[in-house]
Design a protein around this ligand. Structure first.
Ligand code: PEP
Ligand code: MG
Length: 506
């Protein structure tokens, strides 16, 4: 058993080294699971009690998995990674091949219940035309890795596995999240045209984001670590629209020092010299708990002490972060903007802006993720220098539907007019007050929706850099007036799908 665990750990690390990048981190994490001494001891104890090796491995991993699921959020999504490690160890013990993607000489669309990180990371990109999974949400590893490798993928399509025999002709449209079985020749041709257009877009020059009439719409990057800057700049980032600083400290047991934070922020700002960098202060809680900020047991963590609320309850941590940001700003030549997550009203905005100014920051704003802030848009706009809309959380809170939960995933659609109307309230208030309103949620990465957002009054778009080419091309197709007409049509729909259709038709 110990030999099998060691073998699998080494194999996962090897695959990681071959894959490189983000995949390597994921596979290293899986390898570490296989090396966990507590887990090996648990298996040994079970064997000692008379269970056979395969069963003992299975049961020990299951117990570990139950623990992770109970933690919820990010940790729960890692739980499925354990299944893959466990199955590999069992396969090794049985002397059979490790489970994984079947071999094929022909290019194929892969339909699976879910993919283990090891499978996604080492997919043969020459042969894999697209991925469709039944499980997993937008934040599962499959989705994260597919996005980082620009693989066409649709996740969370329930029931497909049973319905599609091997060899079926399938069209996967990741842009609209639609999978067509047995498409007509016309549908196939339309998909081919679309695929060609995408390929051309990827090769188009890296111009600044703008509409057909020249209206500027800066394309900014969502980043989590200073190292992300290289790829973002390569793909034409005009700056950073969301630096998720909590990603730097997910494993930290104690609050990071001012010096170590200053170092990370300085590196990010240096990479974007002369450009705008919007940094979000720690967004701790719910799916991203930070040990040093969230210690209370909460029944509903998404509705609890998260974001600015958690920071306010531990104000010294917030002060340290703002101090580090001001120091990094003084040492570099980027244009630093700082914003707080989960701001719900004017009072919180005033609190954060005052603290930011006290510590020497020049541009201080609020994220719009809680619906109340849209209702109070004029008041918040009066207090903040800018607003950035986080459509992921704004959608979750508008519909009271957990963004991590597959069973309510159909609510997590920012095309819904309920969300669009809130965006319009914020856009209108921004224009009225003469203050910038950006979007930094996943909605900005959907090209057709990006156009609608601009039509609703949004002045910049921040997204994962892989989406720049598509969004850039789509913006160039419309004037501001046309974007506004599309937005107006979408607002009148009563469903998300209706809004998509209405915008396309307008
Ligand atoms: C959002 O909620 O839209 C957002 C950008 O923040 P995060 O996804 O990190 O919660
Ligand atoms: Mg958010």
């Amino acid at each position: 058993m110990r030999d099998a665990l060691a073998h699998v750990a080494a194999e996962l690390s090897d695959r990681g080294r071959t894959a490189g990048g983000e995949a390597q981190e994921v596979l290293e994490a899986a390898s570490l699971m296989a090396q966990d001494p507590a887990l090996a001891d648990d298996v040994a104890t079970r064997i000692g009690q008379g269970t056979n090796g395969e069963r003992a491995v299975h049961d020990a991993f299951e117990q570990f998995k139950t623990m992770l699921i109970a933690l919820g959020g990010y940790m729960a999504e890692r739980a499925t990674d354990l299944d893959d490690v466990s199955q590999r160890v069992v396969a090794r013990l049985r002397g059979v091949a490790a489970p994984g993607v079947p071999e094929s000489d022909e290019p194929f669309i892969l339909i699976a219940r879910d993919l283990a990180p090891a499978d996604t990371a080492t997919l043969d990109l020459e042969r894999t035309l697209a991925l469709v999974t039944q499980d997993g949400g937008p934040t599962s590893h499959t989705a994260i890795l597919a996005r980082s490798k620009s693989i066409t993928a649709v996740v969370g399509v329930v029931g497909l596995l049973a319905e599609v025999p091997d060899g079926t002709r399938v069209v996967v449209d990741a842009k609209s999240g639609i999978v067509v079985l047995d498409p007509s020749d016309d549908e196939v041709e339309a998909a081919r045209v679309e695929a060609r257009t995408r390929a051309e877009r990827a090769d188009a020059p890296l111009t600044e984001g703008a509409l057909a009439d020249g209206t500027k719409v800066p394309l900014l990057a969502n980043v989590g670590r200073p190292e992300d800057a290289v790829k973002a700049l390569e793909l034409g980032a005009e700056g950073v629209g969301l630096f998720r600083t909590e990603f730097l400290f997910l494993d930290a047991k104690e609050a990071p020092s001012v010096a170590s934070q200053t170092d990370s922020y300085t590196r990010m700002l240096q990479a974007f010299e002369g450009k705008k960098v919007v940094v979000r202060v720690l967004d701790a809680g719910a799916d991203k708990p930070l040990a040093f900020l969230n210690d209370a047991e909460e029944e509903n963590p998404a509705l609890g002490l998260r974001g600015i609320r958690a920071l306010r309850a531990s104000e010294q941590i917030l002060r340290d972060q703002l101090e580090a940001l001001a120091a990094a700003d003084a040492a570099t030549n980027a244009e630093l903007w700082v914003m707080a997550p989960m701001i719900a009203n004017q009072e919180e905005t005033e609190y954060f802006v005052a603290l930011g100014r006290e510590l020497g920051l020049k541009v201080v704003g609020a994220m719009a993720e809680v619906p109340s802030i849209a209702v109070l848009a004029d008041q918040v706009m009066a207090a903040a220098d800018f607003v950035s809309i986080g459509t992921n959380d704004l959608t979750q809170y508008t519909f009271a539907a957990d963004r991590m939960l597959g069973t309510v995933a159909s609510f997590q659609d920012p095309w819904h007019p309920a969300v669009l109307r809130l965006v319009k309230m914020l856009g209108d208030a921004g224009i009225e007050a003469g203050k910038p309103v950006g979007v930094c949620g996943e909605a900005a990465a959907d090209p057709a929706l990006a156009v609608v957002l601009v039509g609703l009054g949004v002045s910049s778009l921040s997204m994962s850099p892989a989406a720049f080419a598509d969004v850039r091309a789509e913006l160039l197709e419309v004037t501001l007036e046309q974007a506004q007409a599309k937005a107006a049509a979408a607002l009148l729909a009563s469903t998300a799908a209706g809004a998509r259709d209405a915008a396309a038709a307008a």
